[in-house]
Design a protein around this ligand. Structure first.
Ligand code: ZN
Length: 69
C-alpha cells in the first residue's frame, strides 16, 4: 500500500533534504534534482519520486536517513 505524504506540508529544510537525495538511473548520477516531486511510503520504506531535471526520466529514490513516522 502506498501512502502519499504532502510535500507542501513539510517545512523547507525537511523538503530540501528529500529533494536533494535523488538518484537518476539513466544519468547514473546522484543529486541532480527532480521536478514534480512526490514523497510516499510503501512497504515501510520511504521513497521520493519525480522527473530528473537533466533527462526528464522518472527517478525513484529510497530515503534511508529519515525515521518513518
Ligand atoms: Zn537523469
Amino acid at each position: 500500500m502506498k501512502k502519499i505524504i504532502d510535500l507542501s506540508s513539510l517545512d523547507e529544510i525537511e523538503r530540501s533534504i528529500y529533494l536533494d537525495e535523488t538518484w537518476c538511473d539513466k544519468c547514473s548520477e546522484a543529486d541532480l534534482g527532480i521536478d514534480k516531486p512526490e514523497l510516499y511510503i510503501e512497504n515501510n520504506c520511504k521513497f521520493i519520486s519525480g522527473s530528473c531535471t537533466v533527462c526528464g526520466e522518472l527517478c525513484i529514490s529510497e530515503i534511508f536517513t529519515q525515521e518513518i513516522s
